[in-house]
Structures are given as C-alpha cells and as structure tokens.
Ligand binder design. Structure first.
Ligand code: DGL
Length: 283
C-alpha cells in the first residue's frame, strides 16, 4: 500500500494510514472480520505466518523472534496502529513489541479478560488457548488485576489450531466434535459460566464449543474484543479514517493458494481474496 500523497489533505486529516494485523496463520482473520465490521472505512494490512504455524507449542524465545519479524514486515507499510491477532504472541511477547514500536499495539488478552470479567455472574471463568498461552499465565494475571476474586480454569487445546487450519471446524465433523467434547469436559465439570476463546482460531469453533458447553455459558471472542479495543484507541486519538470503504491486503509466508482456500471462511465473506506470498526470513 502506498503512503498517502502529500497533497491528500483531507485524507491526512482523517488519518488514512492502515491498521496492521498479524497472526501465526489464518486465525487472525477472525479479528480482521470484526475490524472490518466495526471500522469499514479503515485500510487493513494482514500478515499470516502460515509457513511457521502453529506458534502455540513454541518457546518464548522463538515466539519473540517470529513476532519481531512479523512486526518488521508490517512496518514496511504506513501504519497508525497494529493488532497482534494471536493469543500466543499476545500472551508471551506483547510488552516487548509495544516497547519497540512507535505505533500503538493492541493484543487480545486484556480486552478479552475485561469482557469476561464483566460477563460472568458466578465468578467462575474458563479459558481455552494454546499451550504457550496457558503456560504464560498472562490471562490469569489480567483477570487478577481486574478482580482477584475470580476463579479461572485454564486449559490448553493444542489440537484445535491444526484442525481449524485444515477446515475441520463445521458442526457434524466427527473429529472436531470428539476432540472438543474431550477437551472441554473439565470446564463443564468446573461449572464455568463464561469461557474465553483465547486463540483467534477458536471463533470458528464457536458453534461446536457452544454446543458442548451449553447455552448458559457465554463465549468471549478474543478477536472481536481486540477489534473493539483498537477502535476505541483510534477514536480516543482522533485517528479514525473516514472514507467510504477501506480495503484489506493479505500477505502470507507460505503458498498463497492455501491461504486463499480458507480465507473466506475465516473472514465470513464471499469471494476470493488477493494474497501475496512474502519471504519472512528477510525481516
Ligand atoms: N491464532 C493463534 C493464537 O491466537 C494460534 C496459535 C498457533 O499458531 O498455535 O494463539
């Protein structure tokens, strides 16, 4: 995306710069879907690191290296804000990325914890996320800051991301339904009334997870909460764009065709998206 032309006064006043978004793969597109719903005027640059997905079982050092490369790639564009649409990176390296960046960066943990704390009636909140997210304790710390009285039951669900990346997320799919029932049994037993879907891949499983947990459990979509938080941040800074329709550009570190195949499902939109492959090792 080109920088805004110097004479585009009106656009510059309304901050025409894009919002950068990255994830380990396709999951972050669920956050893009919400960003586009909330802020249809904004331009979005998305990077999905499909060559190195999943991030969820990696060490903190590797995650930081990957996340820095992802941010360096996004920094090629004129950005006014970035969203780390990856629960794993948000849980493990958000502070480093924020400290190193000249633009504000929103993660998914704080906004989702705030939403769950506001929703729960019993004070018993569940969290499903990747291994690295759960091991980091970041969600628990966020809950503790909000309300030390909350009881948090956190569970790693490492098979969810590869199954979603394979498109195995539809109700009736016996594999994902079996895995979900087995993973979620301890949360049902714990009687949580609110469940944070702590990974941006998981909203694709909302119907299946909701079916297992039952109608009395509220589900929190971390991508949607991060999108809301990003919108509020831009509004506070008077940095929202005001054009009839923004555009989104998509970049991936592995074959574009694979990304394209599933992007519409994640975005909830019809039609193929334009995707470009980049060599992330260059960043
Ligand atoms: N969407 C990423 C997250 O939110 C998936 C992590 C992974 O790649 O394992 O955690």
């Amino acid at each position: 995306m080109r920088p805004p032309p110097a004479d585009a006064k009106e656009e510059c006043l309304l901050d025409a710069r894009a919002i950068g978004v990255f994830d380990s793969g396709l999951g972050g597109l669920t956050a893009v879907r919400q960003l586009r719903r909330l802020m249809p005027s904004e331009n979005i640059i998305y990077f999905g690191d499909t060559a190195r997905v999943p991030y969820g079982n990696r060490s903190r050092e590797t995650l930081l290296q990957y996340a820095r490369q992802d941010m360096r790639f996004l920094s090629r564009f004129q950005l006014k804000a970035a969203v780390v649409a990856c629960g794993t990176v948000s849980s493990n390296c958000l502070e480093e990325l924020q400290a190193e960046s000249a633009i504000p960066i929103t993660g998914v943990v704080e906004p989702a914890a705030a939403r769950a704390a506001a929703l729960t009636r019993s004070g018993r909140v569940g969290l499903v996320a990747t291994r690295a997210s759960v091991a980091s304790g970041a969600y628990e710390r966020a809950f503790l800051r909000l309300d030390p009285g909350l009881e948090i039951k956190a569970l790693a669900c490492p098979l969810f991301v590869p199954l979603v990346e394979e498109g195995r997320c539809r109700p009736g799919d016996v594999v994902i339904e079996t895995v979900a029932r087995e993973y979620l049994a301890p949360l049902r037993e714990a009687g949580v009334d609110t469940l944070v879907l702590g990974c941006t891949h998981y909203p694709l499983l909302a119907e299946i997870i909701g079916g297992v947990m039952g109608p009395d459990t509220a589900l929190v979509d971390v991508g949607a909460e991060a999108a809301r938080s990003c919108r509020d941040l831009l509004a506070r800074r008077d940095a929202l764009a005001d054009r009839p329709a923004g555009e989104a550009r998509f970049y991936t570190s592995d074959r574009a065709a694979n990304f394209q195949r599933l992007a519409a499902l994640f975005l909830g939109e019809d039609g193929a998206v334009q995707v470009e492959q980049v060599d992330i090792s260059q960043y």
